[in-house]
Design a protein around this ligand. Structure first.
Ligand SMILES: Cc1cc2nc3c(=O)[nH]c(=O)nc-3n(C[C@H](O)[C@H](O)[C@H](O)COP(=O)(O)O)c2cc1C
Length: 213
């Protein structure tokens, strides 16, 4: 059964752009057939705890003999990793918070990036290699190369490094920019650009889901 792991992390439960876009992607996924399953994890509604110990960063066989992990934390990490390993495709709702990713999403990343388990350590395994992950990032401002904020996006590069480089996944990035144009008066002249960015994001997501079906 082809399975999509659908993650959201926006703290906005009602007007979130990233939630709307990931829901669109998930709807496109299930439209491919009754056998297309979705496993949903809302990292804001059901936040993960911070790592109980640094030892969780290492696969069990890479831990020192004196290093221990609380059983509940070990079980939770195993659940999150198993959920990831079982996914054929992953979609990640990733609003930009303070030029980076929401702490709720970071807690998930800290749990699933484990050298020796999900990322290679020496010549170890890279089980997610080549598996598609779609990062859907909404942001209040704009961060393209010709903008005043060029180089200040510390979210997408971090996610690409962990998911694309360390885990070897095939990363697709879709962004909706200028989402604060409707809220901040000074940004009102950018409303048209904001609409265009959202429309382009929808088209890009539809194309990705059609390709990955
Ligand atoms: C805590 C917080 C921090 C934010 N920091 C930034 C930021 O650094 N840069 C930016 O462009 N927008 C920032 N924003 C605006 C959000 O990126 C924007 O509202 C986006 O649409 C949020 O995604 P959502 O619509 O899925 O909730 C911030 C919003 C919040 C709530």
């Amino acid at each position: 059964m082809p399975t999509l792991l659908h993650l959201d992390s926006s703290a906005d439960r009602t007007g979130s752009v990233s939630r709307t876009l990931t829901a669109r992607f998930a709807a496109g996924w299930t439209a491919n057939g009754a056998d297309h399953a979705v496993v949903r994890r809302d990292l804001h509604a059901d936040p993960l705890p911070h790592l109980a110990t640094h030892v969780l960063h290492w696969a069990p066989h890479l831990r020192r003999p004196d290093e221990t992990v609380p059983a509940a934390a070990e079980d939770l990490q195993r659940t999150l990793i198993d959920e990831l390993l079982a996914a054929d495709v992953v979609v990640v709702g990733a609003p930009m918070y303070n030029w980076s990713l929401p702490s709720t999403l970071k807690a998930w990343v800290d749990n699933i990036h484990v050298p020796g388990t999900t990322a290679p350590f020496g010549d170890g395994p890279q089980p997610m290699a080549g598996r598609p992950v779609v990062i859907v990032s909404s942001r209040g401002a704009q961060y393209g190369p010709d903008t005043a904020n060029a180089g200040l996006d510390h979210e997408i590069p971090a996610l690409q490094q962990v998911l694309g480089v360390a885990l070897g996944m095939s990363v697709y990035v879709v962004t909706a920019e200028l989402t604060l144009a409707g809220r901040i008066a000074a940004m009102a002249p950018l409303a048209g650009e904001a609409e265009a960015s959202l429309a382009a994001a929808e088209i890009a997501l539809d194309a990705v889901v059609a390709r990955l079906a």
